[in-house]
Structures are given as C-alpha cells and as structure tokens.
Design a protein around this ligand. Structure first.
Ligand code: MD6
Ligand code: FE
Length: 215
C-alpha cells in the first residue's frame, strides 16, 4: 500500500485556525494502535525528564525525544542536541509510523516535502501546563511543525505574533493533529493546565508529539 492510501485523510475534520495553522481532527486515529505501541520502547531508552528552564525552574511537562535531534532545556538555554543530556546516548530513531504520519499531516495542510529530523515527546499529567511561547529554536523556519495529541484532552492556547495578543482556546483531543507553518510559524502558543481524567488507552496523561525540522 502506498503512503497515500495509508494516510488517506479525506474524512478528517479540518479547521483552519489562522492562515498557516490547520487543525486536522482525528488525523492520527487510524494509526493510534501503532503509535501507542511504539512509545514504551522509546521511553525506556530515553526516559521522560522534567527539564530545568534557563531560569532554574522545573518544567511541569516531562519530555523525551526521538529522531536525529532532540529539544533540550537547561541553565544554558534551549537548543537541539543529538544526545540525551543525562545519558549522553543518541536519541532513539524516529519510528517509521511517526514519520509517515507527520509527513502526511504536513502535506494535507499544504506543506509538502516536510522532512522532520526531531520529535519532541511531551507528557502532561493532570495539572501540567506550558506557558505561552514561540517555537524559534529551529534553523529553518520555512518548515512547519506538526503536533499530534494523544490521551487526555487539553486546551491549546493559540495566540498571535505578539506575546500580548489574547490567545484563542482550542480543545485538542486524542488523535488530533495540528500543523503550523508559514505565516503562523511564529505565533505564540501554550497549553492550559490539563484537567484530571482517565483516557481509555493512556490513563491519566496527555502525550503530545511535535515533529520539527531542527537543522
Ligand atoms: C503541546 N505544543 O501541545 C505543546 N508548538 O503539548 C507545542 O508547543 C506546539 O503543539 C508548536 C506547534 C504545535 C504545538
Ligand atoms: Fe511550541
């Protein structure tokens, strides 16, 4: 079967949030079993960590990575690194199903030829949140970012190009993909504190995968 057939998404519910920002509701659902099956080994090899921020605080979101590069944070700042900071080991390879999903979502949103070399894996337990930020540690801002939400729902805060722009609140649910590029690439965004709940497959957590072209 070709990738095109595997990722036929004509049925996915599409919502343009802004020029360059497309929400593909349910895009990952046909692949959820494969996606979830790949996670335990990735996390065993590169365990989730609450990384310190440059300001010395501990992030409430626990993070891991797969792919050639991984996003890391410490007292020196934010950057992409080819090895996990504590173990010095390279990040686990990006599973083929992850890559295919990201490439297909990007193409579906109008960004053909996306070549992700980094996948940040975020784990939110109830109460975890992410403050408003821009994604600007990537070298090539022409490439979009593809985000896949799994497990508990979360309210995504989608702002404008200035930190002070009041963000829209968008519920991201299990299986939703969000593609973000072009004129939306530097929009401020964040995640409101995740509410308590139980997801039938993932239990009391939200997992978010964001695919980037880091270098
Ligand atoms: C999250 N996501 O949803 C955090 N960044 O857990 C992000 O920070 C993000 O979802 C850029 C584009 C899409 C995202
Ligand atoms: Fe982000």
């Amino acid at each position: 079967m070709s990738n095109l057939e595997l990722f036929d998404d004509e049925w996915a519910r599409r919502e343009q949030l802004a020029p360059g920002a497309m929400l593909l509701r349910g895009f990952a659902l046909p692949h959820e079993v494969e996606l979830l099956a790949a996670l335990p080994e990735l996390i065993a090899r590169a365990p989730f960590r609450h990384m310190p921020t440059p300001g010395g605080r501990r992030m409430s979101v626990a993070m891991s990575n797969c792919g050639r590069y991984g996003w890391v944070s410490d007292r020196q700042g934010y950057r992409y690194a080819s090895a996990a900071p504590l173990s010095g080991q390279p990040w686990p390879a990006m599973p083929a199903v992850f890559r295919r999903l990201a490439v297909a979502a990007a193409a579906s949103a109008g960004f053909p030829g996306f070549e992700p070399d980094a996948c940040l894996i975020n784990r939110y337990l109830p109460g975890a949140r992410m403050g408003l930020h821009q994604d600007k540690d990537e070298r090539d801002l022409a490439a979009p970012i593809v985000s896949v939400s799994l497990g508990l729902p979360a309210v995504f805060l989608f702002g404008g190009l200035r930190r002070g722009d009041r963000p829209a609140r968008i519920l991201l649910e299990h299986g939703d993909a969000l593609v973000w590029g072009g004129p939306a690439r530097l929009c401020y965004h964040g995640v409101a504190p995740v509410k308590k709940g139980q997801h039938p497959r993932l239990g009391e957590q939200r997992i978010n995968l964001t695919f980037r072209k880091a270098r």
